[in-house]
Write a protein of this length. Structure first.
Length: 315
């Protein structure tokens, strides 16, 4: 079932059901974060391995305090700068957070989404909402309710509020003694974060094997390649291009422009939607994406493109 009824969606969350809902980044598949049974349903529906923990979404800072074990001044500094917004902070969890949410880790990822519908849903549900992106594990992230329906039509409810405005997942950081480390890149960049806290350049060791840092992710079901000399040498008559500069457009069966004005922000907004469109298009067999410079938001875009292409390397 899909529509825009926030009250109904909130009642579903209260009843321990699973609801897909919009955030500014991508659609999430949410359940009451404090109800382990409800959270288990997310893993089942998404076919997500139980070792991959979920982000907990809050609507105000009072909810933060009960979820973490030791308050840290720096979190409030980050919150005042970046929340609500696409930043997830990994913090030591309190006993209130069920282990199923964090896959048994002593930490929990928390963010306050910058989307009025998401915030209202959390408030009306009267609980923090645990939610991964609303796609089957490893597949393309959803930026519209229709993308959610493609793979998770069995969610109890899909709350539809149109296309998301950021388009790629939140930046994930972890606080260390000396500052912060980035676990996943997003539109909030290292440079912006450094205005609030120093960047800790020590390489990340311990958690890396665990959560979500898998090499393959966001992956279309069709061959997906990043444009370079060799991939561009293929027969393009059945290939679709995610185009940025326009320089590579010639010869492709179909081209989807990521941005009208060469803006990386727009590439992020449109990237997953274009992957879905080509995945659903019977005339397209191969999807190729134009790479961008790995600077600023370009780092997050390239991170996603490389993971999406990972399984198709050497094709
Ligand atoms: O923008 C977003 O972050 C979206 C929207 C729905 O909020 N959510 C999202 O969730 O991208 P998901 O589950 O697709 O990705 C969350 C990532 C996973 O890679 C997970 O491993 C990592 O966050 N994560 C969650 N809790 C963690 C923890 N305690 N320690 C380390 N990584 C964690
Ligand atoms: Mg995801």
């Amino acid at each position: 079932m899909s529509s825009n009824n926030i009250d109904f969606a909130a009642q579903c969350i209260k009843d321990g059901k699973v609801v897909a809902f919009p955030t500014e980044t991508v659609y999430g598949l949410g359940a009451n974060a404090l109800n382990p049974l409800a959270v288990t349903k997310i893993f089942e529906l998404k076919e997500r391995p139980s070792f991959d923990p979920l982000i907990v979404h809050i609507a105000d800072l009072n909810q933060l305090d009960e979820l973490i074990s030791s308050p840290d001044e720096r979190v409030y500094k980050l919150a005042s700068e970046f929340w609500p917004g696409p930043l997830t902070i990994i913090l030591k969890k309190s006993k209130l957070v069920p282990d199923v949410v964090t896959s048994g880790l002593p930490t929990v990822g928390i963010r306050m989404p910058n989307h009025s519908v998401a915030l209202e849903l959390i408030q009306k549900s009267d609980c923090p909402i645990a939610a991964p992106s609303a796609n089957k594990f490893g597949k393309i992230s959803p930026t519209t309710a229709n993308h959610v329906k493609k793979s998770l039509s069995n969610a109890d409810y899909i709350l539809d509020a149109g296309k998301t405005t950021v388009g790629i997942e939140s930046t994930i950081i972890k606080l260390t003694e000396s500052g912060f480390k980035i676990l996943r890149n997003g539109v909030i960049t290292k440079e912006e974060l450094e205005k609030v806290l120093p960047f800790d350049s020590e390489p990340i060791v311990e958690d890396l094997a665990a959560p979500g840092m898998l090499k393959s992710h966001y992956s279309p079901k069709k061959t997906f390649l990043i444009a370079n000399q060799s991939t561009l040498a293929i027969d393009k008559s059945k290939a679709g291009l995610l185009s940025f500069t326009g320089h590579l457009d010639n010869g492709f069966k179909k081209v989807i422009k990521m941005s009208q004005n060469n803006e990386l922000r727009e590439y992020a907004v449109n990237m997953f939607e274009a992957m879905h469109a080509f995945e659903d298009d019977d005339t397209i067999e191969i999807i190729i994406a134009e790479p961008v410079k790995e600077e600023g938001i370009g780092i997050a875009i390239m991170e996603k493109l490389k993971k999406a292409a990972y399984n198709w390397q050497g094709m």
